[in-house]
Design a protein around this ligand. Sequence first.
Ligand code: GLU
Length: 297
Amino acid sequence: MPHSTKQQAYIGRFAPSPTGPVHFGTLVAAVGSYLQAKQNNGQWLLRMEDVDITRKVAGADTDILNTMEGFGFEWDGEIVYQSQRTDCYEEALEALISLSLVFPCLCSRKQLANVSDGIYPGTCRNRSLPETSEHALRVIAEDHVIKFDDAIMGRQSQDIKRQCGDFVIRRRDDLFAYQLAVVVDDALQGVTEIVRGADLLDCTPRQIYLQQLLDYPTPGYCHLPLAIDASGNKISKSEGGSTVDVKGREKLLLRTLHFLGQQPPEDLYGSNLNDIWSWAITHWEITQVPQSKKLPS
Ligand code: GLU
């Protein structure tokens, strides 16, 4: 449904982690990224972020896909599963190692728990590879301020070294860290704009830093407001909050649009799913999305 005259080849994506059923926050990220892609006449890719197999819940991927289908989302191309892309992450890791920016870290969780500000103190910075003891791999955070303009949250800036410190790119259990996997996948899939929840706003400078080291382009960013319940707590799927039920999909889609600052007209209440999507794609306005929003109880 082309509704835009913009010429740029837009590639967006939705990247859920199969750690449980779809909750309202997941739906918000799906709807926001979908509408932004559709309105830019772009592609919308679906990626299962199952890189952390220890958090994977059996059947959650199928459950998410069924919900997506039930809501009428149409994704482009094959679904990508991070668990099948270890080779790509390995290649990126080798590239970082060849820049002499990776070191083995033997620090235990317990040792790091004592660090007051939570910023890695550089304990193992002088260690080098290969390392035979059990270790994580960290990338050196150089003295570098990362700045970017988020389409919703505005100008952002983070001093990687001081505010974050050297960060893990491969864990002690040999699994690649989300930070590396997401950067590699977005680059290899040609993603031009990332629309996702604001819980990831804080990770974005680390991801941009990795993009710069790996010579990848930096996509645009739009961080959507988090779904906060009436008492101000984030609704997260691990807490089992607000699981999405396809049965009430029309109402829920309208509620999501409203949450995202869009103003569906009264006569759309009672309409079918197609009509709601059609209205939403035509009228989607990212500039209307608020920076934060409470859900009514
Ligand atoms: N997999 C992440 C999640 O479900 C989203 C990652 C991203 O969009 O970059 O919270």
